[in-house]
Every structure is written in C-alpha cells, then in structure tokens.
Design a protein around this ligand. Structure first.
Ligand code: ZN
Length: 350
C-alpha cells in the first residue's frame, strides 16, 4: 500500500511531496490515517539544517497530529482499529519502536518513531493516546494536543508549579508561548506578562489571558518587568529559542527563589553566556523535556480543558494548509506570518 508524504531530501531545500510504500507492520507499530498534522518550529529547524548534520536523509517529518487507527501490528494493546488518537513525539506507555523505513522505488525513506507529514503513517504504539469515545473534541483541535499545547501548559503546570497569585513572564508569544499563557491563566497566576517583538502576537496574548504585554523592540523587557513587579517576577518561561532572551529571562526573575524555564530551541552550536552571580542571588534556570508531561495522565486533562472552554484553541490555529502546500506552511511559520499552521490531510471521517 502506498501513501503520500512530505520528504526532506536535502537540508535547506523544500520538502518533496511524493508517494511512498508503507512497509508491513512490526511488533509495536500502528498504521494511522492522519487527519491533521501540526507544523512546529522543530520541523523548520530540521528542514533548514539549523540542527546541524542530518544522517537520516532522506526522511519523513512531523511530530504532532491526530488521526484514526487503521491497522495494528503484532503485540499492540493500547489502541485498536477505528480509535481516534492524538499523535505526539512525547512517549507514553506502550511499546517503543524506533523509526520505520518506507520505500520510494528502490530508495529507502527513513522515519522516526512518529512522523505526521503524510496521509498515513506508521507510528510507535507509545506515541499514541486514545481520545475517549464520549469526548466532544474535534480531530482538528486534538491535533494541537501533541506538542505546542502540552509543552506550553506543561512548562507552567509541571515545571514552574506556581501557586495562585504568583507572577509569571512569558518570553516569546508563538504557539508554545500562547499555550504557556493559557496554562498560567488556568493556574491563576497574576500578573501574566507576555513579551514579544510582534504587536499582533501581543494582542493575541492579551486576548487569551495576559494581563500585561511588552514589545521588546521598543522597550528593555528586564527594566519593564521591574516596573511591573519591583521585586522581580516569580517565574519566566522562555519560548523564543534566542539565547539573549534566555539570559533576560534569568535576569528578570526575583532573587531568592525565582525560576527561569527554558523551553525554546536555540540553533545548533549556539552557547548561552550567563552571569554566575545570578545563581548566588538564589535564582535557578531549568530545562524541560516538552513540558515534562506524562501523555497517559496529562493529555486527558488537556482534552478536558479544550472541551470545557478553559482553553480556546480557535485563538491560534490560525491557518490550515493542504499537504501539497506544506512548504508554504513552513515558510509562513518561519517568517512569523502564522502562529501554528495545521496540515489538513482531508481524511474522511464518518
Ligand atoms: Zn513540536
């Protein structure tokens, strides 16, 4: 059986949309009809070569989405045919299978334990989370729960763990930053300060829960944050991936207990220079593995946040593209024209 996929053939070149042959399923593998795939900055970094050398070329891409299970391989117990599922690079329970290899003519096309830039995909059991049958969440909304939303909300809920009324600054108001703002609102942080260089993103931040915004092109965010919270803020979430901003995040948190959490991905080879005195002031800088989620525990809570209206995803699923236009989606994301592109695989759902 064949499917259509976007393939990264050469770094820095557009993806090629081509037919590939789906191999027979091995133990722990699941064939999924993809409904929607998210496009995130990780794929921009990969496709452009910002992550350095890529020894897996040519390969498939994409690591968040939604779909319907079409066929299960041997030993799979977590899902069955017809289940609606969230697809995520985050590992839950179930068998972990390294990437599959597709065929294009005689060529091998590599793939990770999950890829989603295709009409169908062979995915490792542990990257799937079943959407409960009675849930009202749409497959379009569910596709957002595999990367940006759990990363942004998890960075607040699972890593910062704020108490009600604590202050938080979100550096970078892209897909993950906006999700962090929504997470901060759910945790009842106050104030919630969004920092970005694009006014439109700051307006969106206000619409979903930021109490203050700072445009870092016209104002020094560290100074501005001091005006809003003279003793320093409790938490800073950094989602821009810019090392200078990571430094600002640490500088802006309060002495004795302030925490800066780095979520953004810097380009390969960049290093972060910090004034070590910041640590003597009792501040910490923390990393996170995509918001430290346990998909089997946390994703059902996120589904609930969406269906109960605590999270309004329509605020930022700003543009939907066809698979054939996936290169436009990557360009638009890279150029800040769209917050979170979604690829509609045109799956017919009964
Ligand atoms: Zn992602």
């Amino acid at each position: 059986m064949k499917t259509r996929a976007a393939i990264l053939e050469e770094l820095g070149k557009p993806l090629k949309i081509e037919e590939i042959e789906i191999p027979e399923l091995k133990s722990g593998q699941v064939l999924v009809d993809i409904a929607y795939s998210g496009v995130c900055h990780t794929q921009v970094l990969e496709a452009r070569g910002y992550r350095g050398e890529d020894k897996f070329l040519p390969h498939c891409l994409g690591h968040e989405g939604s779909g319907i299970v079409r066929e299960i391989g041997p030993d799979v117990e977590k899902v069955k045919n017809g289940d609606k599922v969230i697809l995520s690079w985050m590992q839950g329970h179930g068998i972990n299978v390294p990437g599959t290899v597709y065929k294009r003519g005689n060529d091998n096309i590599n793939s990770g334990g999950i890829t989603t830039f295709s009409k169908q995909s062979v995915i490792s059991e542990n990257r799937l989370t079943v959407i409960p049958k009675d849930s009202k969440i749409s497959l379009k909304d569910a596709s957002m729960l595999g990367c940006a939303l759990p990363t942004g909300i998890g960075a607040v809920k699972n890593v910062a763990k704020p108490k009600k009324g604590q202050s938080i600054a979100i550096f970078g108001a892209g897909g993950i930053g906006l999700c962090a703002i929504m997470g901060a609102k759910i945790e009842e942080c106050n104030p919630i300060i969004a920092i970005d260089i694009i006014d439109k993103k700051l307006e969106e931040s206000k619409a979903i829960g930021a109490t203050h915004t700072i445009n870092a092109t016209s104002k020094d965010p560290v100074k501005e944050l001091k005006n809003i919270c003279p003793n320093g803020i409790d938490f800073a979430i950094e989602s821009s991936g810019i090392t200078k901003v990571m430094k600002q995040a640490l500088e802006s948190v309060k002495m004795r207990g302030g925490k800066a959490i780095v979520v953004g991905n810097a380009h390969h080879g960049e290093t972060l220079n910090l004034d070590p005195h910041q640590f003597n002031l009792g501040k910490s800088i923390l990393g996170t593995w995509g918001g430290d989620n346990d998909p089997d525990e946390d994703f059902s809570k996120y589904i609930e946040f969406v269906t109960s209206g605590k999270i309004e995803l329509s605020n930022f699923t700003s543009k939907v593209y066809d698979l054939e236009n996936i290169n436009k989606a990557l360009d638009d994301l890279e150029n800040g024209k769209v917050l979170r592109p979604l690829i509609d695989m045109k799956l017919k759902v009964d």
